[in-house]
Design a protein. Structure first.
Lengths: 346, 578
């Protein structure tokens, strides 16, 4: 047992000394930040509600034609400033002077099909923005016209909250942060095992009264410790950012189990190929491959992580145990085969 | 390449490659693979099931439904035409997601169940007006033309005649537009539509059929181009690393070839592979070949220039793995992130992928946009090639020192000691794209903080990065005792400031024609008159360099800090905060 701890300690020390773990941590931070930056950006540019809130932007619309159109209610309801104009010349002058952003022409007769004209500024950026803000009131007006045609549209009164951020946080950001340490752990195991194989230092270790399985086990445990520490760190960071994780214990357990599965798998790869470069290559390809394969499961680890973190009440420890069993099976295979794999020529 | 995968691993590699391609294809086809079953929805008996992977649906009767909803076992309960939800976050988000889904379903129901004029009674013709000074179409003219001749569109079908739907067989112009958009919606709109025609001036929009302008599909395509390029460039790094570690490169260097020839020779096959992948991809997707090559050559050069630096500076494989991973994430984000905003913010042109997105959307772009997005890539490539040839010597490659020492040495080797003044000026100029990239990374990371702090951190970090870029060359020269007098340092600081400013203004010149309105660029590259910024840059750089001289190169970080404080105060003054 002492030897086990000693090897694990040595592994941890060598990793922290080389600062590679710092790079790995910064990659994760960067990935998470960048993807949320993309999301915030996309939302603030593409979501009409967010645009209004973020930019304090008020679109000013000039109306010509039917100045009593119900469209005006819907526009005003959405905080759009509406100015009626009696002639198109006036509206044009106001537009040129910059007093209004856009001009809408509505025909007097609003029975049947209404053919409106919308005049937008030539700048692509501004017109896209205006169009996105006008979209909702226009849709409401469209539904109003549909009612007039005897077409009833259901479910228009649901309020709710825009769910993109929520879904993104729990199904992308949290799985990335919780599973990326597992990827790093596997990579560490590959490096550490193939290094010993390449430098033939394993024989020396092995000849000491240490079994091969203790050596490999210690290496895997060292990688796991780092992975779990990182996950705990991320969950703290998320909490600071007001993203709560439900079932935190189970989430960390799942992260640890997956990290262990990946580490054992990577140990298998490293002992089979025996040289660092090929092992790393095969390893880094097979991780996305296996992650992809899990999508065909009913509940993939990523989905499971999402459900646990959002506090789904039908998901619990039983789902995590399934992966625990998989881990035990993999461990059994590895420990029984390691010696033979090492003896095999590369 | 060939020597790398001999023996038993090759079939495995091929198998895995094929497998991952297959999986990604399947994953691409399957909708909503992420957030599967994130919401629990109950529906009352008789309601149609929900065909959206995000919702796991159970059919329960009313009373059970409501009690499950209140017990938080369900997030939303659909009771016939009504949707019930709680007032907590989870339930509200679920309702928000469900609203979008039901909206789509209702649209499909209306499209199928009613005649086109009933289902889509509102059509909007979009016209564009040149905002300033009356060139372009006049609104008055347009409206006159419309109101005087509405016969085509309005008159024919204003009578609502639901009982005689066949009596109006002549569909109007806008009906075609509506039908086209309905078809587009029904085809899923998921597969990226690739059209090479220019968007027409007058588009007909139907509010409920309006698709959001997010260019996801095109960005995915542009991203597909990047993948093989980064893959190949990793092989390039590995091969370089290999030669470095078993010292074959030393043999090469003693042969009568120049370092430049060695680098180009090593890089050429990999660059051709990448180029071939671009060509194949474009042919498969049916894009414009010439345009695609023009767009992706700078991207390839940029990626390779980063991957050239990695093995030259690092010594061990383990370092290289992680640095390569970091490089991949940074490069990919730097390229993909701006492209998401093509058409919304002109700053999107920062990444050439925006051009690719434009190309696949069939939208035009000019030479200015091309230069704006690719110039920095070319500059980084030239810089990295130059530094690469200067540091390709045995002593440098085999030395094992901390990273910052390696970088300092590389910069010192890059500086031509016979033309010190020119070198320093050019160094500042060429470092600008890198400064720009680092500032972008800082921007992304700072968004983790609350917005008020984020702006502050961004302001400070941007300044620190700039100050380092301007003074690092001089500091290295100082360290190697190539200059000694204060006068020399002042002159060099001035030249460095000139170089930086020229670069900044050049970038601004290009960007002004491409980027019209952007608060971000104003913050990052505070524009203004020429003399005041020059004097300001000169003062900051002199502060850093003179302090470095006075207290020694060991204290360089503190000197940078001091210069940056002055710079931040200046910026705050310019922005009118103090």
């Amino acid at each position: 047992m002492n030897a086990f701890v000693a090897i694990a300690k040595k592994e941890l020390k060598s990793v922290t000394k080389e600062k590679t773990i710092m790079i790995a941590v910064s990659i994760q931070l960067f990935l998470a930040s960048f993807s949320s930056a993309i999301l915030i950006g996309v939302l603030s540019f593409y979501d009409p509600d967010s645009i209004g809130l973020n930019a304090q932007l008020r679109v000013r619309v000039g109306i010509i034609g039917d100045t009593g159109s119900p469209l005006i209610w819907f526009l005003r309801d959405r905080n759009v400033r509406v100015t009626p104009f009696s002639s198109s010349k006036d509206a044009e002058n106001a537009f040129r002077a910059g007093a209004i952003d856009t001009v809408i022409f509505t025909p007097e007769d609003s029975r049947g099909v209404v053919e409106m004209k919308l005049f937008l500024p030539d700048s692509e950026t501004r017109s896209t923005l205006i169009l996105m803000i006008l979209k909702e009131p226009l849709k409401q007006y469209e539904n109003y016209l549909r009612e007039g045609q005897g077409v009833h549209v259901r479910y228009t009164d649901i309020k709710g909250l825009p769910s993109t951020t929520y879904e993104f946080r729990y199904s992308v950001i949290i799985p990335i942060l919780m599973f990326f340490p597992a990827f790093v752990a596997g990579s560490m195991v590959v490096d550490s095992i193939s290094e010993e194989l390449e430098n033939h230092t394993l024989e020396t270790l092995w000849s000491a009264p240490l079994s091969l399985n203790v050596i490999f086990g210690a290496k895997i445990v060292a990688a796991l410790v780092l992975a779990v520490v990182q996950c705990a760190l991320w969950s703290m960071l998320l909490r600071l950012n007001r993203i709560p994780i439900q079932n935190l214990g189970l989430v960390l357990l799942l992260a640890a189990v997956i990290a262990a599965i990946i580490s054992v798998g990577s140990a298998l790869i490293a002992t089979y190929f025996k040289d660092r470069e090929r092992s790393q290559f095969v390893y880094s390809l097979s991780v996305p491959l296996s992650a992809g394969t899990t999508y065909f499961f009913d509940v993939s680890p990523i989905t499971l992580m999402t459900r646990l973190a959002t506090g789904d009440c039908y998901t619990g420890i039983a789902d995590v145990v399934v992966y625990g069993i998989l881990l035990l099976a993999l461990l059994a295979v590895f420990f029984s085969m390691a010696k033979r794999l090492i003896a095999m020529p590369a | 390449m060939r020597s790398r995968f001999t023996g038993g691993s090759r079939p495995v590699v091929v198998l895995i490659l094929a497998g991952s391609l297959l999986i990604s294809y399947l994953a691409f086809r399957q909708e909503d693979i992420l957030s599967k079953g994130i919401y629990r929805v109950g529906v009352s008996p008789g309601c149609p099931a929900i065909q959206d992977g995000r919702f796991s649906t159970v059919t329960v009767d009313r009373s059970t439904g409501y009690s499950l909803l209140n017990g938080k076992a369900l997030d939303v309960y659909i009771d016939g035409d009504k949707v019930a939800y709680r007032n907590d976050d989870r339930s509200l988000y679920a309702a928000g997601a469900l609203r979008l889904y039901l909206e789509k379903q209702e649209l499909a129901r209306i499209t199928d169940g009613y005649e086109i004029n009933q289902a889509f009674p509102l059509r909007i013709e979009v016209n564009y007006l040149a905002a300033p000074a009356g060139q372009g179409t006049s609104l008055a003219e347009l409206v006159e033309a419309l109101t005087s001749g509405p016969a085509v569109a309005g008159a024919g079908e204003t009578q609502p005649s639901p009982d005689t739907p066949q009596s109006q067989p002549a569909p109007s112009e806008t009906d075609f537009a509506v039908m086209e958009q309905i078809q587009e919606m029904e085809s899923g709109g998921r597969l990226p539509k690739i059209e090479m025609e220019f968007a027409s001036d007058k588009a007909i929009i139907v509010p409920s059929l309006m698709s959001p302008p997010v260019p996801f599909a095109q960005v995915v395509i542009a991203f597909l181009y990047i993948l093989p390029i980064s893959f190949v460039s990793v092989f390039f790094t590995s091969s370089f690393m290999d030669e470095k570690i078993d010292r074959r490169i030393t043999v090469l260097m003693s042969a009568p070839v120049t370092p430049f020839q060695i680098i180009v020779g090593k890089m050429l096959p990999y660059v051709s592979f990448s180029l071939a992948s671009v060509v194949i991809m474009t042919l498969v997707l049916g894009g414009n070949l010439l345009l695609a090559v023009a767009i992706f050559i700078p991207v390839i050069l940029f990626i390779f220039s980063i991957y050239l630096m990695v093995p030259l500076v690092y010594r061990t494989f383990r370092d290289t793995t992680f640095i390569s991973m970091l490089a991949i994430t940074v490069i990919t984000s730097y390229l993909v992130f701006p492209a998401m905003f093509s058409g919304v913010n002109d700053l999107a042109y920062m990444s050439p992928l925006t051009l690719a997105v434009k190309m696949y959307r069939g939208e035009p772009f000019g030479l200015e946009e091309y230069l704006f997005s690719t110039a920095s890539m070319y500059v980084i490539f030239i810089l990295s090639m130059y530094i690469g040839t200067r540091i390709l010597n045995e002593e440098y490659l085999m030395g094992f020192r901390p990273l910052y020492r390696k970088v300092a040495e590389a910069i010192y080797l890059a500086i031509n000691r016979n033309h010190l003044y020119v070198s320093i000026t050019l160094l500042s100029l060429f470092l600008i794209p890198i400064v720009y990239m680092i500032q972008l990374v800082v921007l992304a990371i700072s968004l983790n903080l609350p917005i008020r702090y984020a702006v502050g951190v961004l302001l400070i970090m941007a300044v620190v990065v700039e100050e380092v870029a301007k003074s690092v060359g001089i500091a290295v020269v100082l360290e190697n005792r190539a200059i000694k007098t204060t006068k020399n340092i002042v002159v060099l600081s001035f030249l460095s400031a000139v170089g930086f400013l020229v670069g900044e203004k050049l970038l601004l010149l290009v960007s002004l024609s491409a980027v019209s309105e952007s608060a971000l660029s104003a913050v990052l590259f505070s524009s203004g008159m020429l003399w005041i910024p020059l004097v300001a840059h000169f003062v900051f750089t002199s502060v850093v360099c003179l302090l470095t001289k006075r207290f020694g190169v060991r204290r360089y970080p503190y000197a940078v800090l001091a210069g940056s404080i002055v710079h931040v105060l200046y910026n705050l003054y310019i922005l009118g905060v103090i």
